[in-house]
Design a protein around this ligand. Structure first.
Ligand code: GAR
Length: 200
C-alpha cells in the first residue's frame, strides 16, 4: 500500500476522483496528505471531509526552491512515497523534481506533447483541433515534458467554448488519473532513463 501526497491549488475535482478510487479496498495506494499553496483552495475542504491530513504552504515571498523544500519536509514527515500533482499551478524547482524523480506525476488537460503550459482549451479551439484529451505523465524539470503514462481523448465539437471543452476533458481526467496512479503504485510503470517503461 503506497502512501500518496497530493498537491493542489484549486477546486480539486481530480483530488476527489483520487480520493474515491483510493478508498476502493484493493486499490494499491492511500492518500495521506494534501498540500495546497492557496489557503482558499476548495480541494482542502474535500480532503478534510474525507479525513485526510491537509496543509497549506503559501508560496509568496519565497524562492521556488525554498517553497519546494517546505513541501518536501511535510511530504517526508507524512511518509509519502508517491506525489500526485492535481491542478497544482506552480512550476516546481529542478531540486524538487529530482528528489521525487520517478515518484512524481502530473495530470495535464491536453494530449501531450501538444499544448503544454496554460490556456490549453482556448488554444486547442483556436487551432481548430478535432481531438483533445488529457495526459498523466512523470514530472521532469522541463515543464509538461515528462514521459506519458496514460492518455485519454475526447472530441472537440464545433462551437465548443473553453469551459465546455474543459468539462468534457475533466470527465476523462477523473478516469485516467486513478488508473495511472494504480499502474505506478503497483510497479507496472516506472521511469527509466527518461522513458516510461511498462511491465506486467
Ligand atoms: C485540471 O483540468 C488539470 O488537468 C489542470 O487543472 C485542472 C484542475 O482541476 N492542470 C493543469 O493545467 C496543470 N498544468 P481540478 O482542481 O478540478 O482537479
Amino acid at each position: 500500500m503506497k502512501k500518496v501526497g497530493v498537491l493542489i491549488s484549486g477546486r480539486g475535482s481530480n483530488l476527489r476522483a483520487l480520493i474515491a478510487a483510493t478508498r476502493i479496498p484493493d486499490f494499491p495506494a492511500r492518500i495521506v496528505l494534501v498540500i495546497s499553496n492557496i489557503a482558499e483552495a476548495g480541494g482542502l475542504a474535500r480532503a478534510t471531509e474525507a479525513g485526510i491530513q491537509t496543509c497549506c504552504i503559501p508560496h509568496h515571498g519565497k524562492t521556488r526552491e525554498a517553497f519546494d523544500r517546505e513541501m518536501d519536509v511535510q511530504l517526508k514527515q507524512a511518509g509519502v512515497e508517491i506525489v500526485c500533482l492535481a491542478g497544482f499551478m506552480r512550476i516546481l524547482s529542478d531540486w524538487f523534481t529530482r528528489q521525487w524523480q520517478g515518484r512524481l506525476i502530473n495530470i495535464h488537460p491536453s494530449l501531450l506533447p501538444a499544448y503544454k503550459g496554460t490556456r490549453v482549451h482556448e488554444r486547442v479551439i483556436a487551432a481548430g483541433e478535432a481531438l483533445s484529451g488529457a495526459s498523466v505523465h512523470f514530472v521532469v524539470p522541463e515543464l509538461d515534458a515528462g514521459p506519458v503514462i496514460a492518455q485519454g481523448s475526447v472530441p472537440v465539437h464545433p462551437g465548443d467554448s473553453p469551459d465546455v471543452l474543459a468539462a468534457r476533458v475533466l470527465t476523462v481526467e477523473h478516469q485516467l488519473y486513478p488508473a495511472a496512479l494504480r499502474l505506478l503504485a503497483e510497479g507496472k510503470v516506472r521511469l527509466e532513463q527518461g522513458l516510461a517503461v511498462f511491465s506486467g
